[in-house]
Design a protein around this ligand. Structure first.
Ligand SMILES: [Zn+2]
Length: 88
């Protein structure tokens, strides 16, 4: 199974259960606008990038270039410094 070890050390499984409860599909507005009328859900699915949300710390791991590329990591920024995401 493919996995990501999050910076918080939580292991995120990127394969296995379908649908994956940690996986989100994202698509740019212009790319989504390419679709018109009734479309095949599978076509929209394939046009999306996959993103995984760490259930422990909330970091987002985005596969902008598909699963062959490395995911980019995004950390939630709290407006309250006392609630910063903990580092491992
Ligand atoms: Zn995490």
């Amino acid at each position: 199974m493919a996995k990501i070890r999050c910076i918080c050390q939580h292991i995120i499984t990127t394969s296995g259960a379908i649908p994956n409860p940690l996986e989100w599909k994202i698509i740019s507005d212009p790319r989504f606008d390419d679709f018109e009328g009734l479309v095949e859900a599978e076509e929209v699915y394939r046009a999306c990038s996959s993103m995984f949300r760490c259930p422990k710390c909330g970091r987002l791991w985005v596969y902008w270039d598909g699963f062959d590329g490395e995911p980019a990591c995004y950390t939630p920024q709290s407006l309250d410094p006392a609630k910063e995401v903990e580092e491992a």
